[in-house]
Design a protein around this ligand. Structure first.
Ligand SMILES: [Zn+2]
Length: 431
């Protein structure tokens, strides 16, 4: 139970948070699926969600445009036109059967903050921009962070030939959406960005366990993905055990060994897919292919976990007379959040606690990838995590509380103020 103020800043903050949650509900209704939320890059739903968000950005006082990659950008000029921009953002695309807050909460809290800043924009030593990235999840073309990679000038030509499940190339999807692939370079903001801040639901239960609404993100996990194929011999099921080379038996032991090795080294390993051939009920599997997604706080801890896993898999192969073939598909280094931005966020979060009640501000690393990973290529990045119920995300059960949204918006506004203060005092000529 909370007693809500009916006037004053607290009432305004509650009203903003209520409106933000209603907007999350409104965007949740923009879906290509009738049974859940699904909004993929360069789809009609992408256009519709961005059109709605563009109205909110304009209403908050921003000049709004779509960039060359289909990201939506709203800009509030600072003390004078053309200053480098503090970017606030996240993404509006979703996975299939998604929740309504992953990414969306970050974009909408940024819009709420800019609306508060607009009356005093002339005092800001930087422009403030809200970016709604068109693709973070990567579910349509199988490659994540397409929107933020374009902004970071990290677009790769080979991506044009990526296809969705209907065989539509990324190039064709751009053209159908009304974008010109030849102009992709115009989305690159290198040299124009002061810093990037992202507010995101935690996607884990640590803040809930701590009983705290907000945490400072220290960095984003290093990741690797690969397929692991166990080769044995496909034989009739009459083959005696001591003559078998059962690839699926090796894969099954591997799944258990992978979790155990990663767990003991503090890494996160997930086997999300397994394919068996020939796949007949009365034939011993000749091959079994696993997907492995491996993440850890640092590149070194990730690679140490992989070494331990591969050692165990070699032992399993030796025991069962199998061979292992590995195919690496993805490798991303850990991204550290900027120390100065971490301090600014911690100061902002700390200042929200009732007087005398400020405890240590939790510092968490993100196991999940975020747009901040890509933007880190051109600017310092900072992230704030918001508690979500049960740590559940990428699911219709994603939930946040009104009080936590109040805290998230207030913290983002204060973080901008802390940075503005520091910037104004470090560059008196606001150059
Ligand atoms: Zn997200």
């Amino acid at each position: 139970m909370t007693t809500e103020a009916t006037t004053g800043p607290l009432a305004d903050a509650t009203r903003d948070a209520r409106e933000l949650l209603a907007r999350c509900d409104e965007l949740a209704a923009i879906s290509s699926s009738t049974t859940g939320i699904e909004r993929v890059y360069l789809s009609p739903q992408h256009a519709e969600a961005h059109a709605r968000a563009a109205e909110w950005m304009a209403e908050a006082g921003m000049a709004v445009r779509q960039d060359a990659a289909g990201n939506l950008v709203g800009r509030l000029e600072g003390g004078r036109p053309g200053l480098p921009a503090l970017l606030l953002g996240s993404h509006l695309d979703t996975v299939p059967a998604a929740g309504r807050y992953d990414g969306i909460l970050g974009v909408l809290s940024a819009i709420a903050v800019v609306r508060r800043l607009a009356p005093r924009a002339a005092t800001l030593p930087f422009a403030v921009e809200v970016v709604a990235f068109g693709d973070e999840e990567g579910t349509r073309f199988g490659t994540t962070l397409l929107g933020s990679a374009a902004v970071a000038g990290a677009w790769r030509d080979e991506w044009w030939d990526l296809t969705d499940r209907d065989g539509v190339t990324l190039r064709a999807a751009f053209e159908r959406f009304g974008l010109d692939p030849a102009r992709i370079g115009e989305a690159n903001r290198d040299g124009e960005v002061f810093a990037y801040l992202e507010t995101h639901i935690e996607q884990g239960p640590r803040l809930e366990d701590l009983g705290l609404p907000l945490g400072v993100v220290t960095g984003i996990a290093a990741a690797r993905r690969m397929s692991l194929t166990f080769h044995g011999e496909a034989r009739h099921c009459a083959t005696p055990y001591d003559r078998r080379h059962d690839a699926l038996l090796g894969a099954a032991e591997a799944v258990v060994a992978i979790e155990s090795a990663a767990r003991s080294l503090g890494a996160m390993a997930t086997v999300g897919r397994i394919e068996v051939a020939p796949g007949a009920v009365n034939v011993i599997p000749g091959t079994a292919t696993l997907s492995l997604d491996l993440r850890a706080e640092t590149d070194e801890s990730r690679d140490a976990a992989l070494d331990a896993i591969l050692k165990r898999l070699a032992e399993i192969c030796a025991e069962l007379g199998l061979t292992l073939e590995r195919h690496d598909t993805h490798r991303a280094p850990a991204v550290l959040c900027d120390a100065r931005l971490q301090e600014a966020i911690a100061e902002a979060v700390g200042s929200l606690a009732p007087e005398g009640a400020a405890g240590p501000i939790p510092r968490l690393f993100s196991v999940a990838g975020h747009d901040a990973m890509a933007v880190a290529g051109i600017a310092p990045v900072g992230m704030t995590f918001v508690r979500c119920e049960g740590g559940i995300s990428h699911h219709a059960d994603e939930a946040v509380t009104l009080e936590d949204v109040v805290a998230a918006v207030d913290a983002l506004e204060r973080t901008v103020e802390v940075l503005a203060c520091a910037q104004a005092s470090s560059s008196p000529r606001s150059s």
